[in-house]
Design a protein around this ligand. Structure first.
Ligand SMILES: C[S@@+](CC[C@H](N)C(=O)[O-])C[C@H]1O[C@@H](n2cnc3c(N)ncnc32)[C@H](O)[C@@H]1O
Length: 362
């Protein structure tokens, strides 16, 4: 397909996802208003200027995504990668899940788990129904619905936002971390760079990194056994070496000091209390090798994008995100510096902010 056609197809694909997400959210909200009028939220009003700004920023994200593909950073097929099977299999379940979700909202129960789940195995901040999800992160159904729910929430821009880690990651792996041993492809002692995805969830990011950096040993860690099962299933369906997945806490990881050439961490920090954010950064520093890179992708923050404040106020109200508001005021650059990271760069793409930090060379 000529490039202009591919570009048009990508734009149409993304616009379709955006309109589908908007339609889904509008119908779900209307149903809730009719069927459960007692559920009320204190929301910041949305102005036409805000909507214009969101639309402008979304288009900039899509243009950047296209340009990075065109520049050869990743194959254009990645732009069309979508969890279709999950969508067709589980989309109806999202609707069937709504009455139970509304029940919990009505009773303000944000820590409801089925009797076969033992939440006491997990840290207290984690034992909750993040995003109002039934059983939080602790059931197979939650893991099966997650990617489709995120697609609906972000109107199809979650992967374009995740893909923004690929440029700094590739740069990190082709820089200082590419030791003579790594670079010398003929060497019998050739050592592949090691990359860890912290809080890998269902492995959408790991899948991308594997497609873009095939000569890398990949690792993933997450607290949820159900999400790791799902990650394993999705990773097994695509060609490539299976990343090593481990169940564990990001603030206490089972890896030795200086083990990884690079770490990435997508959409975790807004779900952690402030002190745990620092612990995770300290732990990331410990397992990163000198000269290695830590890349965080998470929500935008108040300091950079006050014009998007309505989103930052309304999102945690609607989607049970108890640590989000604190996160939007947290200075992660200071936290990274406190751990020892240097050369901290930040970027903003649509609703996401990125920190790219280096552990000083020994
Ligand atoms: C919003 S999801 C993001 C998942 C994935 N990175 C993505 O891009 O979709 C947050 C993930 O963080 C995991 N998580 C939360 N707290 C954690 C912790 N302390 N240690 C490890 N994983 C954690 C959850 O189980 C969940 O999979």
């Amino acid at each position: 397909m000529p490039d202009t056609l591919t570009k048009l197809a990508y734009q149409a694909f993304q616009d379709g996802k955006n309109y589908f997400g908007l339609g889904h959210k509008a119908i779900a909200t209307q149903l809730r208003t009719w069927l459960r009028p007692s559920i009320k939220f204190e929301l910041k009003s949305i102005t036409p200027e805000f909507l214009d700004e969101v639309s402008r920023r979304r288009q900039v994200l899509l243009d950047t995504d296209w340009q990075d593909a065109e520049a050869g950073l990743y194959d254009k097929s990645l732009l069309f990668d979508n969890p279709w099977q999950d969508f067709f299999e589980y989309y109806p379940a999202i609707w069937f899940d709504l009455p139970g979700l509304w029940d919990r909202m009505e009773s303000s129960d944000t820590a409801a788990f089925d009797s076969d789940i033992d939440p006491t195995l997990y840290p207290s901040y984690y034992r909750r129904n993040f995003h109002n999800q039934t059983n939080g992160y602790l059931s197979d159904l939650s893991a099966n619905l997650y990617d489709t729910q995120v697609e609906l929430l972000f109107g199809g821009t979650a992967d374009p936002m995740r893909r923004r880690i690929l440029k700094p990651l590739k740069a990190a792996l082709s820089g200082d971390v590419t030791s003579t041993q790594v670079a010398d492809k003929s060497s019998a002692n050739r050592r592949l760079p090691k990359v860890l995805d912290v809080a890998c969830g269902t492995a959408r990011t790991l899948n991308m990194v594997r497609a873009v950096c095939p000569d890398v040993s990949l690792f993933g860690i997450d607290l949820s056994p159900a999400y790791l099962r799902k990650a394993n299933q999705l990773l097994s369906e695509a060609p490539g070496t299976l990343p090593q997945l481990v169940q564990g806490q990001a603030e206490d990881m089972p890896y030795r000091d200086d083990f990884f050439d690079a770490l990435v961490c997508v959409f975790l920090f807004h779900e952690l209390p402030g002190p745990v954010r620092q612990q995770v950064i300290d732990e990331a520093y410990r397992v990163t090798q000198p000269g290695g890179t830590f890349i965080i992708c998470d929500s935008i923050q108040m300091v950079d994008t006050p014009e998007l404040e309505p989103m930052m106020i309304n999102f945690p109200e609607l989607f049970h995100e108890p640590f989000y508001r604190d996160y939007t005021h947290d200075n992660l650059s200071d936290r990274l510096t406190q751990s020892g990271f240097t050369e901290i760069d930040t970027e903003i793409h649509f609703f996401s902010k990125y920190w790219i930090a280096r552990k000083p060379s020994a």
